[in-house]
Design a protein around this ligand. Structure first.
Ligand code: ASP
Length: 449
């Protein structure tokens, strides 16, 4: 087995977290390749090193002295090195970096967060350090040159056997440092897993996996132990997120599963994400519930619309004209709705409605705002009749008015629109009807994780 183990910012936030990482890496000899983010927050109102480095860039751009900020960053690395007894001369190296900071590119400066963290981690684990600038190759347009990256990573793996690699950055062939999007350490880990044919891509973070609902809304929601890539995409789109979205593609394409694990509770099962989720345990009907508020729906009704060719297209073209991305289009026989993100249309909604009126001459047009969308996701829903009936029944009994309904084409999700003000209540009602009701005969671990 080959495991790529990526540790996020909170997993490497201080010396105590470094120790946990060491225990995890030592516990399994298959954990050959370690990827780290820059040290993240140690407590709620702490700062991530990456944010501090971005702030350094802003100081430089506005010609404001940043020496005390640099000192704070240095102190964090020094504290880790001292507490762990790591020999690496971090203070000296950091001061070298700080002394030439004005000559460095903003991306280079930000990349030093992961660079120093990985340096210290490599020393502490007694593993070779591999600089991402030498192996993660970017094209000039910012995309990854997967072929070159694979050759270089394979070469490094043969040469070094094991390594610790900083996430989040790489370089073009001429050596210019480039960053991924925020949270991009996840992408680095996925690329390493793909290029080195990992059996699994472990993503170590500070939660015990993907939760079946937002814990700010539902009390102590169940952890999802197994989820498919499609289900995860639906839930992430609706706001549930643990992983950087773009980290999925490199591994998904080659069939490598992703395992989300908690550095602070490594004994928990976490969540495994795969293409299909065949398993022998009892399957849940609903995998998860997620949602977002503040959508707007424009409803259009016109008699005999169903016979008019191109009517819907003309309506959608008007939204396109204003550069608005459409979320959903629930349709009836002589009516349809166009659901968009409220913030996207806040300045243009009157013009859009005006154009719709002029060009389509509908019988009725109305705008519903303050709409929340809730997506109930479950790969098993398509096998069981009556799921939507149960959802709508439960919501009806709880006095929640459903303002629109759509179902995804593979039938793995049902999406409902409710008033913003009903959002939390509706999610709790659905959770209690399905997830909690099912919990009764689940293995006990399913409840506590
Ligand atoms: N350090 C970067 C960030 O804070 C990348 C990462 O953590 O994955 O966004």
């Amino acid at each position: 087995m080959i495991k790529v183990s990526k540790f996020g910012g909170s997993s490497v936030a201080d010396a105590g977290q470094f120790k946990k990482v060491r225990d995890i890496v030592r516990a399994d000899p298959d954990r050959l390749y370690v990827v780290v983010s820059a040290s993240g927050k140690r407590f709620a109102d702490d700062n991530k090193i990456t944010d501090l480095l971005l702030l350094v860039n802003a100081h430089i751009a506005y010609h404001v002295d940043c020496s005390s900020l640099l000192k704070d960053i240095e102190d964090r690395f020094v504290a880790i090195a001292e507490e762990l007894g790591v020999k690496y001369p971090v203070s000296e190296k950091f001061e070298e970096f700080a002394s030439v900071i004005k000559s460095l590119s903003p991306e280079y400066i930000v990349s030093r967060g992961e660079w120093f963290t990985a340096r210290l981690m490599a020393e502490y684990l007694g593993l070779p350090f591999l600089d991402a600038a030498d192996v993660i190759v970017f094209h000039h347009d910012g995309s990854v040159d997967m072929e070159r990256t694979q050759i270089r990573l394979r070469d490094a793996a043969v040469r070094l056997g094991r390594f610790v690699l900083p996430g989040f950055y790489g370089a073009t062939v001429d050596g210019t440092i480039k960053l991924f999007k925020r949270g991009g350490g996840d992408i680095t880990g996925a690329i390493v897993a793909r290029c080195l044919d990992a059996t699994v891509y472990e993503n170590w973070t500070d939660v015990s996996g993907f939760l079946s609902a937002d814990p700010r809304i539902v009390d102590n929601p169940r952890t999802i132990h197994r989820i498919t890539f499609d289900e995860m995409r639906e839930l992430s789109y609706m706001g549930a997120s643990v992983l950087q979205e773009e980290a999925i593609f490199p591994v998904r394409e080659v069939g490598i599963p992703i395992q989300i694990k908690n550095t602070n509770q490594p004994e928990k099962r976490g969540t495994i994400i795969r293409e299909t989720a065949e398993d022998n345990e009892r399957e849940h009907l609903i995998t998860g519930i997620a949602g977002r508020k503040n959508f707007m729906a424009v409803h259009i009704q016109k008699a005999h619309m169903s016979n008019k060719v191109g009517f819907l297209r003309r309506a959608l073209t008007i939204f396109e004209r204003y550069g608005i991305s459409i979320e959903h289009v629930p349709t009836g026989v002589d009516s349809f709705g166009v659901v968009v993100n409220g913030a996207d249309v806040k300045d243009t909604i009157y013009s859009i409605v005006n154009d719709l009126q002029q060009e389509l001459k509908p019988d009725v047009i109305n705008v519903v705002d303050q709409l929340a969308l809730i997506s109930v996701v479950g790969r098993n829903m398509n096998r069981r009749a009556g799921t939507s009936g149960r959802i709508f029944g439960a919501l009806g009994e709880a006095g929640v008015n459903i303002r629109m309904i759509t179902q995804s084409s593979q039938e793995i999700s049902i999406i409902m629109g409710v008033n913003n003000s009903d959002f939390d209540h509706a999610i709790n009602v659905i959770y209690q009807t399905f997830v909690e009701g099912e919990m009764v005969d689940m293995p006990s671990e399913g409840i506590t994780q």
